[in-house]
Design a protein around this ligand. Structure first.
Ligand code: UD1
Length: 419
């Protein structure tokens, strides 16, 4: 088993280049399966979740090559529309392949992505949207058999919640459908815009991505293109939190300022100095950060749930009491008992409110990464803690952070990965 060992208490001072966005790359890789030809996708981070998506593409018959951070997908021979349970379960967001399969083959057979990590993560919104588009869904032997006997048809879909995955699945399923589609209460995340940009370059006709109402006019077919994945705003927030916990100054290169607006205000309220110079972000941290009186996670452009854990870890040593309300997932405080092992004073109420009493200093401990962002939160806490922290179950971190230890080392941290 591999662990990450961090010797805390060193101020950070350094610069890191930001990786491409995992949450953007996954649906775009799924979309590449709908293109009859070779898609070239740049800035794809080297992560286990991306490898899982590549395995699915290969299973359905695509030829996939990786050259550094460029993934080349030839989907001209794709011919399978079923995804085995093992591949579905390897990565929770495998469900986004369903829209792509239905669009390309008029049918798809998947298992529910299943498992409970940060919440129940139902897919009812995905399925009811597909049904409205003429897809007949039957559950057989634990599989979802999806068929569009008369083809996928455009329609008006009003989402009960602006689900990122459901919005992506609808976009994928409807771009070559018969007739117009309108999505209201669509997710507005930058990753939706990136997916729509990719699809539009391929010939799709999507208008309004990034807003609550998205219009999609039918396209005949998708043609192959080159595309560069947007930078990962959540990983940028993670490095900002690392700086805030450890002190010092950190520069993150390759950011898109607008994507970070939902988080920069929080760091400023905590007393950090946040500066942008073109595509570079510089965070300078005061001797001790201040509490955030009230923080609540929201769909974009609100504060992202994916940055909640790392910000909580930084607030564990803030001056005063912070209150964090998690509004997106029902089981997203699994890092709290681990932070407590390091001396954090956090109590949770109803699983969705965390009251963080800032303590002077955390101390190193043996802790377990419980999920991707929770694992990153432990690293944030460890950087500011006294002594050595050993984080195990780091496969969670490897799902989303590319070269994590190397990047932290570049920022001046004392980090190593051990067997
Ligand atoms: C995506 C991101 C994840 C992020 C989340 C919210 C990817 C690969 N993952 O996850 O990192 O934390 O957006 O920004 O992009 N819901 C339903 N029914 C559904 C779908 C969702 O009830 O059919 C609920 C979920 O349980 C959750 C909320 O809606 O409570 C948000 O989920 P959603 O936006 O769909 O998140 P994901 O796409 O799973």
């Amino acid at each position: 088993m591999k662990n990450i060992v961090i010797n805390g208490g060193r101020k950070l001072d350094g610069s890191v280049s930001l990786q491409g966005s995992k949450n953007s790359a996954l649906p775009i890789l799924a979309a590449s399966a709908m293109v009859n030809g070779i898609s070239v996708i740049h800035n794809c981070p080297d992560l286990t979740d991306i490898s899982a998506a590549i395995k699915i593409l290969r299973y359905i018959g695509c030829k996939v090559k990786r050259e550094g951070n460029t993934v080349i997908v030839d989907a001209s021979c794709a011919g399978r529309f079923d995804i085995p349970e093992k591949l579905m379960r390897e990565m929770r967001s495998s469900i986004v392949f369903l829209g792509a399969l239905v669009s390309r083959f008029g049918r798809g057979s998947v298992t529910p992505p299943g498992g409970c990590e940060i919440g129940l993560r139902p897919i009812d919104l995905h399925l009811s949207a597909l049904q409205r588009m003429g897809v007949v869904i039957e559950e057989k032997n634990g599989r979802l058999e999806c068929n569009a006997p008369c083809g996928v048809r455009g329609c008006h879909i009003s989402l009960a919640f602006p689900s990122v995955g459901a919005t992506e699945n609808i976009l994928l399923a409807c771009v070559t459908a018969k007739g117009e589609t309108v999505i209201t209460n669509a997710a507005r995340e930058p990753e939706i815009v990136d997916l729509a940009d990719f699809l539009n370059r391929c010939g799709a006709r999507i208008r309004g991505a990034g807003q609550s109402v998205i219009h999609i006019s039918p396209a005949k077919e998708l043609v192959p293109v080159e595309h560069t994945i947007i930078p990962d705003r959540i990983i940028a927030s993670t490095y900002m939190a690392c700086a805030a916990a450890a002190g010092g100054a950190v520069s993150v290169k390759g950011v898109i300022r607008e994507h970070l607006m939902p988080v920069t205000g929080i760091f400023e309220t905590a007393g950090c100095n946040v500066m942008f110079s073109g595509r570079e972000l510089i965070v300078r941290v005061p001797r001790r950060i201040s509490r955030i009186r009230y923080l609540r996670t929201m769909p974009y452009p609100g504060f992202p749930t994916d940055a909640q854990a790392v910000v909580m870890a930084m607030l564990a040593t803030a001056n005063g009491t912070s209150v964090i309300t998690e509004k997106i997932f029902e089981n997203r405080f699994r890092h709290v008992p681990e932070l407590s092992k390091m001396g954090a004073d956090i109590r949770t109420e109803n699983g969705c409110v965390a009251v963080v009493e800032g303590v002077e200093r955390l101390r190193g401990a043996k802790v377990t990464a419980t999920d991707l962002r929770g694992g990153c939160a432990l690293a944030v806490a460890a950087l500011g803690a006294e002594g050595e922290t050993v984080i195990d179950s780091i496969h969670h971190i490897d799902r989303g952070c590319e070269n994590f230890e190397l990047c932290l080392t570049q920022l001046g941290a004392d980090v190593k990965r051990i067997q």
